[in-house]
Ligand binder design. Structure first.
Ligand SMILES: Cc1ncc(COP(=O)(O)O)c(C=O)c1O
Length: 349
């Protein structure tokens, strides 16, 4: 039996740090959604979607954008638009595209994935990319695309990191896609415009439903030709939506109101890491907390019991064995951070 404890937490108000995808649309965001002008987006007729696509393309310094339902679909559509059957892409071994997208590009596109080792920040080296490219030999797949990611598990790769890798890939004839699900966290942390980070890459996927707090949606950006191909691929994978301006309006609201505030999520993550680090049984590399993710190492065998203890007190953590991820976001303030740290300390006490 789980001890229900004498928690002060109101059970209807969960402290949910499993991911930044769990945020609920704010009242003002919902009002923007209700007021959205809509049309049939498969015909290109939804004015709010069209505005959002242009807005994100401008933000990221590319020609055009395409609104898609999810980050996974945005990456898939990008990869299918860059590659043909029998091609291969190079991707960091810990990146979302390689690990957590159900192998979609291989299943649906016949594209092989070659995983490149990443360091503790999720970065690769230019020499690894050059070395991994296959020779022009009939025994080999054709190396076509390099996939980058930023942030990587909360770590920020800076402008030089991304530019160096992209130039290495392009120098060998590859196109370059960047999974920027949390690119705005990187831009805010670095204090540079997002377009500077992605200048050297061909396509970028930006999620609106992570730290930016929209209920759904990502925007894929790239050249006009690339987005024309991507529009066809989006239809192929069933991602053509109709009066979807109500979701695009949430995205526009998020771009107007939720970018600068990402800084608060980063401060909250540091505050949380510092408090947890004072608990003897918990290990955290506080200096590795770049943005909104904290990775806490707990003694072997205690992770599941900790998660159950906290769940009984209205706190949700991502399940893990002894390394547990905690993600700060729009619905986590200082009070939630302090309460969370106190309950974890109670567990170990
Ligand atoms: C880095 C990264 N890329 C892509 C995705 C996929 O986004 P979605 O869950 O919207 O499919 C995620 C989801 O968490 C992610 O963390």
């Amino acid at each position: 039996m789980i001890d229900q404890g004498a928690s002060k937490i109101n059970k209807s108000h969960y402290i949910d740090v499993r991911s930044d995808t769990v945020t609920k649309p704010t009242g003002a965001m919902r009002e923007a959604m209700v007021a959205a002008e809509v049309g049939d987006d498969v015909y290109g007729d939804d004015p709010t979607v069209n505005t959002l696509q242009k807005r994100v393309a401008l933000l990221l310094g590319k020609d055009a954008g395409l609104f898609v339902p999810s980050g996974t679909q945005s990456n898939l559509v990008a990869l299918l638009s860059h590659c043909q059957r029998g091609d291969e892409l190079l991707v960091g071994d810990c990146y979302h595209i390689h690990r957590y997208e159900a192998g979609g590009v291989s299943v649906l596109g016949g594209v092989m994935m070659e995983a490149i080792a990443t360091d503790h920040r999720g970065c690769m080296k230019a020499a690894q990319i050059v070395k991994a490219i296959k020779p022009d030999d009939l025994h080999c797949p054709i190396s076509r695309l390099l996939c980058l990611e930023n942030t990587v598990s909360g770590h920020v790769l800076d402008v030089a990191d991304i530019t160096t890798l992209a130039i290495a890939g392009k120098g060998c004839g590859l196109s370059v896609h960047l999974d920027g699900a949390r690119l705005m966290n990187a831009a805010i942390k670095l204090g540079v415009p997002a377009c500077d980070i992605v200048k050297a890459v061909d396509s970028v996927s930006l999620c609106l439903s992570k730290g930016l707090g929209a209920p759904a949606g990502s925007v894929l950006v790239g050249s006009n030709d690339f987005i024309t191909r991507a529009r066809r691929m989006r239809k192929l994978v069933g991602g053509g939506m109709r009066q979807v301006g109500i979701l695009a309006a949430a995205g526009l609201y998020a771009l107007d109101n939720h970018i600068e505030r990402l800084n608060q999520d980063h401060e909250h993550a540091i505050r949380l890491a510092e408090q947890l680090n004072k608990i003897n049984q918990v290990t955290i590399a506080v200096d590795q907390v770049d943005t909104n993710m904290v990775f806490m190492t707990v003694p072997d065998g205690s992770g599941v019991a900790l998660c159950e203890y906290l769940a009984a007190r209205g706190i949700l953590l991502g399940e893990g064995n002894n390394v547990i991820r905690l993600v700060t976001h729009l619905d986590i303030g200082v009070d939630e951070v302090d309460q969370l740290a106190a309950e974890i300390a109670n567990f170990f006490a």
